[in-house]
Design a protein around this ligand. Sequence first.
Ligand code: HEM
Length: 595
Amino acid sequence: MGIFGPHVHFGDVVRHILWHKNDFILHTSGLLTALILALRYLVRSSLGSHESPSSVLVALCSLFIALTGYMCLKAAYGIHRRSQALAHLPGPKYPWLFGDMAFMARKDPHRAATELAERYGPLVKMRVLCFHLLRSKVVDKMRFAYSFLDPFLGGTNLLTGHTDEHWKAVRKSVAPAFSAGNMRDAFEHVVDRTMALVDYLKEGGPKKVHNVDNLLLRESMDVIGRFGFQMEMNALSSLRSGNAEETQGVASLLGATREVEKRIQDFPYRWWQVWNRDVRVGWGLLGRFQAIVRGLLTHMKTAQPKPGSFADLLLKAKDPKTGKRLCDDQMFPEIAALFFAGIDTTGHTGTFVLYTISQHPEVEAKIMSELDSLELSITPERPSPRPLTYADLPKLAYLQATIKEVLRMYPPVGVGQLRVSHTHDITLAGLLHLPAGTQIWVPHHAIQNVSFNWDDADKFKPERWLTPGTEYAVPEKLPLPREWYSEWDRNGACAAPTNGAASTGAGGTDVDESSNSRRPKRYFPFAEGPRNCVGQSLAKVSLVATAATLLQHFTFKLADEMGGPEGVRASEHYTLVIGLGNGMSMHAISRPGVM
Ligand code: HEM
């Protein structure tokens, strides 16, 4: 057994170390050393310290120094151009070298971004200590920010890769797995898993304090395992079975995100401290996570995957470079990314749904009357109502509105997206010129919670979602120069909504509104554009079906140990998604009539 546990290979550790962040350190220090050696050689040669200086070496050293100088000047010119272009924008003053590094280290950076928006307005100038070493032709993911995930996920993947031909081929191949037809199937798994959760909660009784966050993360894991790979992850059943291997597997899947976050934020990560128990445990977590993904890969290759499922489509996907099926090393990161992107996001959102409903009895009463009107509520007179069906989901309009409001106030990807154009200058709204290399940060929490974008931004008001078009900004209210509005007008962007913008499909999926595509949005928890969330239909079905089934049986009450809403707010912790430091402790109290 290795020092990091049974699942961690020494090669993996080395691979992690040599990855981007450390790679960056190695490259920079390597370059500096080479520069010092070259300078030293030239100086000593010109001072006559070398007996017979080699003219080839002198020429090479001079060329190297000239090239490095050129690159530095080019980088400095780029920084200068960007500073000039953004000079007129408001923004905080940061130390010259480190920029907003301290800001990003806050445990709630999503809220820090909202504070900045409140203070400086819709466009804020910021600085990050960062080099761009990669190239892309379009406004693309800022790879520097996403590549930290690669060693953990086993390589670049749908979530972290460039918007290139490979990404396009994989996305096109697997996207049909999330089609409306497959959502019916997903719905059955969600209800089945939620009923398993209902049984578990009933056994505990009303006095038992449950970490509902952990339970909902387990449910998400089970659903993704079944839906994507037809494999039992046993995350919920291991609560009862106590099977050590399963329990450890679940713990590592859930704990792995924290470990990755630690590695990103603790700069530089002390991976070499093998005497430190935390570090060894961390490597163990990541190793077990990778072992689970390897198990899924073996399963999907040996068992016949369900036609049209994620596993089936991934096995059929072709590498555009070779025209051949993806190899194991290419499939591994895609599987890892699906779990990574799907579990925490859906699980934590479900937790905030139960929490916010527990704090707003009037909202809960409306949801219950909606369930009642569909004869879905359990009452003493109706102890066994008809089961929830897929066709019920669009009829649960108020519950859907509640979930939208939760996604507005607690968007899992709260910090938002980072984009950059390395090769082209771009112009925003036809007015704001951004030189190539300018990073564009789209902070979801800030946009969805800042007071100039929303009336009563800090109030939980599901009703706002019953009005069509709520996701679109009201440009006149934005503290922006007047020219911006006329630009939007010219694009037809300020026109009134042309159809029911808030209407939803069977699984709660928003209607595609191509006619509104140019209108500025103030709500996009699943991101916008080609790199939006590929799994959003699954997330929406899961959230509505889980909440409806749980609320049929229970009313949830925040446990005293959480310290009320203030305690919940204080324990908010950003771990690549908005989550809670120690989970969410709640009581599940059976409704009258529930057996
Ligand atoms: C409430 C639940 C969810 C939310 C709010 C959410 C949100 C997002 C966001 C904002 C992005 C873009 C990230 C970026 O560009 O930085 C994204 C991408 C992605 N999400 Fe989700 N997500 C959720 C659930 C899921 C689920 C259930 C799955 C799959 C099982 C999933 C799979 C993915 C993948 C693979 C990507 C990368 C897509 C690409 O770049 O082509 N997500 N998600």
